[in-house]
Design a protein around this ligand. Structure first.
Ligand SMILES: Cc1cc2nc3c(=O)[nH]c(=O)nc-3n(C[C@H](O)[C@H](O)[C@H](O)COP(=O)(O)OP(=O)(O)OC[C@H]3O[C@@H](n4cnc5c(N)ncnc54)[C@H](O)[C@@H]3O)c2cc1C
Length: 413
């Protein structure tokens, strides 16, 4: 009989892993308390960049933090009761931005992202949803062209890794994006990217494919996982016990909570982000646009223009503060003066963020047949296909063609 693998989490990471495991003939069950692709994987900005290699923590970032925190429309927010749990993570985060370690982090980020467009296109082939991944530039817009400096560390990390960049002036920028306000005078384009026209739609199409391939999706909460004496794992769910030969933890921001009873104290923060969908925008955006001032992404999707971003630190269980999403109304107007912001849809989701912007992928130390596939921070939509491919190979005991050392859980000891 085929080995039974249970994946906890039907986000984009768990879904991609399920497809690759089924391709190898393993029996797969995916358990999630919610339907597939409803977590962070539903509401993200849809950027699929093979070139992502700049982590969140960068040298000197701390200088901007007080200003951002004090600005109610700023890109980060902290709920003060969360401060005691947040502080140790924040210190590790700032330490991870040490210049000496950045090249290794950048290489590890790029290794996971590099084949993502090709892998998404392979995964989506035959689903009828191939159109949901569209070619795109990533357009970083500036009001003051003088602020563009490709010698800055973030751009240098990219240039050192052959990322195709081009600086464009006012005319070329507005030719690319006619709806953009004339106040924006220049941009840096990251070329040869893609964007999702519905990130949740991609996840759901792939979940349906996994199901057609024989994966079973079960909707229930997992409360505990424990090893059995004679091998394999026992999962306590809201609907009784599940027994499995092998378990993959792909539970996004909730993953550390599941592993804590096994003795792991992982610095995984719920970095909550928001989006606002402007359903009848009256304008079209042709690419993913990054507002370099307010640090959010705007993109035309099937449901309308989605503005997504911001980081709120409030813990996993706090209720959403949709004022954080409302901010996007005025920000969207600043970028696109003709945009219609009536009747928006608000959303909040938790990025699973480690201080070094890298996920945990690999065997869970000291635990037989337990695997980690979580912690993809701001980049999990792009990193998911390769994470799934690598995790499935690991679970099946096959050779791995990417060095998994940078993603090992032991780095947090
Ligand atoms: C505003 C925003 C913008 C973003 N933009 C981008 C972008 O443009 N490009 C990009 O690459 N990434 C982006 N990201 C990041 C990306 O969305 C995430 O990294 C990615 O979706 C994580 O996927 P996941 O499968 O690990 O987690 P999730 O999608 O959160 O899935 C985890 C699943 O586990 C389930 N679960 C957890 N615990 C349990 C349990 N005990 N029992 C049962 N089920 C459980 C949850 O219900 C959930 O469905 C963005 C994120 C946000 C919030």
């Amino acid at each position: 009989m085929a080995e039974q693998v249970t994946i906890v989490g039907a986000g984009i990471v768990g879904i991609c892993t399920a497809i690759y495991l089924r391709e190898k003939g393993l029996a797969v069950e995916v358990i999630d308390r919610a339907p597939p692709a409803e977590g962070a994987s539903h509401g993200n900005a849809g950027v699929v960049s093979p070139w992502t290699c700049v982590p969140q923590s960068m040298p000197g970032l701390w200088r901007s933090v007080p200003r951002w925190l004090l600005d109610p429309e700023g890109p980060i927010a902290l709920r003060w009761p969360h401060l005691p749990s947040f502080l140790p993570w924040a210190l590790k985060f700032l330490r991870a931005g040490d210049a000496a370690g950045l090249p290794q982090i950048a290489d590890a980020m790029k290794a996971l992202n590099r084949p993502n467009i090709e892998l998404y296109r392979q995964l989506l082939r035959g689903t009828g949803s191939e159109h949901l991944i569209s070619d795109s530039f990533y357009v970083h817009i500036y009001r003051d062209p003088g602020q563009i400096d490709l010698k800055q560390l973030g751009w240098q990390l990219r240039l050192d890794r052959d990322v195709p960049l081009e600086v464009v002036d006012d005319g070329a920028l507005h030719e690319l994006e006619p709806a953009l306000s004339p106040s924006y005078k220049a941009a840096v384009l990251i070329k040869a990217q893609a964007r999702a026209l519905s990130p949740g739609g991609v996840g759901k199409a792939l979940a349906a494919k996994a199901q057609d391939m024989g994966a079973v999706f079960r909707q229930t909460g997992v409360n505990q996982i424990a090893p059995q004496e004679d091998g394999g794992w026992r999962l306590q769910t809201d609907d009784g016990e599940v027994v499995s030969d092998k378990v993959v933890i792909a539970a996004g921001a909730w993953s550390a909570r599941l592993l804590a009873p096994l003795g792991f104290n992982l610095p995984l923060e719920a970095e909550r982000g928001y989006h606002l969908i402007l359903q009848e925008p009256g304008i079209t955006i042709n690419n993913s646009i990054m507002d370099t001032e307010s640090k959010f992404v705007a993109s035309s999707m099937l449901a309308g223009v989605r503005c997504a971003g911001t980081a709120e630190f409030a813990g996993l269980d706090a209720a959403p503060n949709y004022r954080r999403a409302e901010i996007f109304k005025s920000l969207a107007k600043r970028l696109f003066p003709d945009i219609n912001t009536d009747d928006p849809i608000e959303w909040m989701g938790s990025r699973p963020s480690f201080p070094d912007s890298l996920p945990c992928i690999g065997t869970v130390p000291g635990q037989r047949d337990l695997f980690a596939a979580f912690g993809h921070s701001h980049y999990g939509f792009g990193m998911a296909p390769n994470t799934g491919r690598l995790t499935a190979a690991l679970v099946a005991g096959e050779p791995i063609d990417v060095d998994l050392a940078p993603y090992r859980m032991e780095r947090f000891k």
